[in-house]
Design a protein around this ligand. Structure first.
Ligand SMILES: C[S@@+](CC[C@H](N)C(=O)[O-])C[C@H]1O[C@@H](n2cnc3c(N)ncnc32)[C@H](O)[C@@H]1O
Length: 195
């Protein structure tokens, strides 16, 4: 599979005129995730946004939760310079201190199998609370994803493949949310997706 160059033309194509994620859409999901953490009495004081791209999650937290410390990272030199992130590769890096909420929105589909396994290891170290993940699976690409609006230069893997890696350290809640097993939070049976 050819490697995607996360350079200026990439962000121009997917984030300029008709962005894959608008600020309004990220407002909706960020608001929902933050509110669910409050519902579960899981404090959100520290956030790590992995592969932050245009930085819309960081912007939401700055605007709506100015007391929250947000670290945004990206592998792309262009994204780091243009949008103000730290340049880090999640396959080889995790923060020194774990955080309450980790966002990994539309990133894992760009990594090789070994890259995803390494990234999920680092995410597990990084997250002691809630993880929000979105990555299209092979079934999504067949049935859900709009091929004109989405970058298709990505890896196609099953949901089961991702679930197996994530389940070692996280419990699936649903809607992209995963609970670190470190929280010890007893969710109601019908509140969560898996065991
Ligand atoms: C599709 S964009 C998603 C941007 C943003 N999270 C969003 O949802 O709009 C994927 C981003 O992941 C970044 N990325 C890819 N591989 C990465 C890695 N190994 N570590 C950190 N960031 C990575 C890319 O540079 C790019 O900015």
């Amino acid at each position: 599979m050819p490697r995607t160059l996360f350079d200026a033309p990439y962000y121009q194509k997917f984030y300029a005129d008709d962005p894959v994620h608008t600020a309004e859409k990220i407002h909706q999901i960020a608001n929902a995730v933050d509110s669910l953490c409050a519902w579960w009495d899981l404090p959100v004081r520290t956030v790590l946004d992995i592969g932050a791209g245009p930085g819309l999650w960081r912007d939401w937290y700055r605007a709506h939760r100015p007391d929250v410390t947000v670290q945004s990272i990206d592998i792309s030199e262009h994204a780091c310079n243009a949008f103000g992130h730290q340049q880090k590769d999640i396959t080889t890096w995790h923060p020194k201190k774990s955080v309450d909420l980790v966002i990994c929105h539309s990133v894992l589909q760009y990594l090789s199998n070994a890259g995803v396994a390494a990234a999920i290891e680092n995410i597990s170290v990084a997250c002691h609370g809630v993880l929000y993940i979105e990555a299209p699976t092979a079934a999504d690409l067949k049935n859900v994803v709009d091929p004109l609006a989405t970058d298709l230069n990505i890896y196609r893997r099953t949901g089961a493949w991702y679930r197996k890696l994530l389940s070692a350290n996280f419990q699936q809640i649903g809607a992209g949310l995963w609970l670190s097993r470190r929280t010890g939070l007893p969710l109601y049976e019908l509140e969560r997706a898996g065991k």
